[in-house]
Design a protein around this ligand. Structure first.
Ligand code: SF4
Length: 402
């Protein structure tokens, strides 16, 4: 007997939360947001039943229902699905609901570990950050939001840094960051040389005042290839010092207010070099209104978000900010995120630290699963939870009302 079928494409996500539904076509980045009436809700639940292969039968009566018909036309309009009329059951189209099918990594690695296999868990590690020492211009709070040198006088031992990198080595370890005042580090040239032997991208993060105080030394040193400076700007300075630099560098500008943003933007207006410049807002306990006005997401911004299917899967599987990264602070403690408890010290094996994060950690797999995000229709379109939420003591960074 011939029937009518409604099918959603495999690139189409269908999410339901409370009385709201969202259809997102990740192939052409279009979406429709709708209220869930009883009729639409029933259709959506049937579509989400994995046994139905994203295809459900619809009677003529249902298809001709004004509300359902309008909804189906909206779906077809964004190419999220299609109708097949008068088709026999065994010839009906089928599709696959885009569900992330990942092995339960935590459980899998625990079993492997218990069997004595270290497996490939270390290959998840792709970035290491070492706070090698402090700077007189540093700050002991801002590092919780972004890479920012400490004031601390503690110093990380160079041979321990080297051993930790050596034991972390894997095909995917591609970035090493050094944070602090490199030029106060005894025999910094040897440290750089030893790290460059690992053939990874090395980035030296240094505050602008430390950079200016060591300008001559920086320009006279022969930096190994794959070495890059990231100059951290938190004050107005004469940018001519950044002209005619012969090695790769980028600039990170910290802003605390709209005024900072305007001031730094105009300062870099005349900066003609094609360098990578980015702005990072920092919370100083006094600028909450600046964050609420400029950093918190508005519903309108989420309505124009365009993510691929894989980008959504990543947000559903792990924290895209934290995953694969470890930070070693100048006291030797190691963190998957500096706002979470330490996982060990630089003297421990990176494998044991990564294993601990995989099985009991709080950072690499921190998803938008807490209230109110767990009941929000934008749950998997929003970026992973960040350090700003922790510092601002909020579970979300938006003005969206659920
Ligand atoms: S931060 Fe949470 S509550 Fe806000 S829009 Fe994103 S998912 Fe929804």
């Amino acid at each position: 007997m011939k029937k009518n079928w409604l099918t959603l494409h495999g690139d189409t996500f269908l999410w339901l939360k409370g009385n709201t539904g969202l259809v997102y076509n990740s192939a052409n980045k279009t979406k429709i947001l709708f209220s869930l009436s009883d009729k639409i809700q029933k259709i959506c639940h049937q579509l989400l039943d994995i046994n139905n292969l994203y295809t459900i039968e619809l009677t003529n009566e249902i298809i001709n229902d004004e509300e359902v018909n309008r909804w189906i036309n909206l779906l077809i309009g964004i190419q999220a699905g299609y109708l097949s009329l008068n088709i026999e059951f065994d010839k009906r189209p089928v599709s696959l609901n885009p569900i992330l099918k990942v092995q339960d990594n935590r459980k899998y690695y625990e079993e492997q570990h218990n069997l004595g296999f270290k497996g490939k868990i270390i290959e998840t590690l792709h970035e290491l950050t070492f706070y090698i020492n402090g700077s007189e211009y540093g700050d002991d709070e801002y590092f919780k939001q972004a890479i920012y040198p400490l004031k601390s006088s503690q110093i990380l031992d160079g041979s321990k840094i080297q051993t930790f990198i050596k034991n972390s080595r894997n095909l995917f370890l591609s970035n090493i960051n050094l944070v602090g005042n490199l030029f106060l580090y005894s025999d910094f040239e040897r440290l750089i040389k030893n790290i460059s032997d690992f053939s990874v991208q090395l980035t030296i993060h240094i505050l602008i005042k430390d950079f200016l105080n060591n300008e001559r030394k920086i320009k006279d040193t022969e930096w190994p290839i794959h070495t890059h400076f990231n100059v951290l700007v938190d004050t107005v300075f004469d940018i001519s010092c950044l002209q005619n630099i012969s090695f790769p560098f980028s600039v990170t500008i910290f802003v605390f207010s709209e005024n900072d943003f305007t001031q730094f933007s105009s300062m870099f207006d005349t900066f003609l070099l094609d360098q990578n410049i980015r702005f990072i807002p920092l919370y100083n306990r006094e600028n909450r209104p600046f964050f609420e006005l400029n950093i918190f997401t508005e519903k309108e911004e989420l309505d124009i978000i365009d993510l691929s299917k894989n980008e959504i899967f990543m947000r559903q599987a792990f924290n895209t900010e934290n995953f694969g990264k470890l930070t070693v602070m100048s006291d030797g403690n190691v963190y998957a995120n500096v706002n979470a408890p330490s996982l060990g010290t630089i003297d421990d094996s990176p494998y044991s630290i990564v294993y601990k994060e995989f099985t009991n950690g709080q950072s690499w797999f921190k998803l938008r699963e807490q209230s109110p995000c767990d009941i929000c229709i934008y749950q998997w379109l929003c970026p992973s939870p960040s350090n700003y939420e922790i510092i601002l003591d909020r579970p979300n960074l938006c003005h969206v009302k659920n």
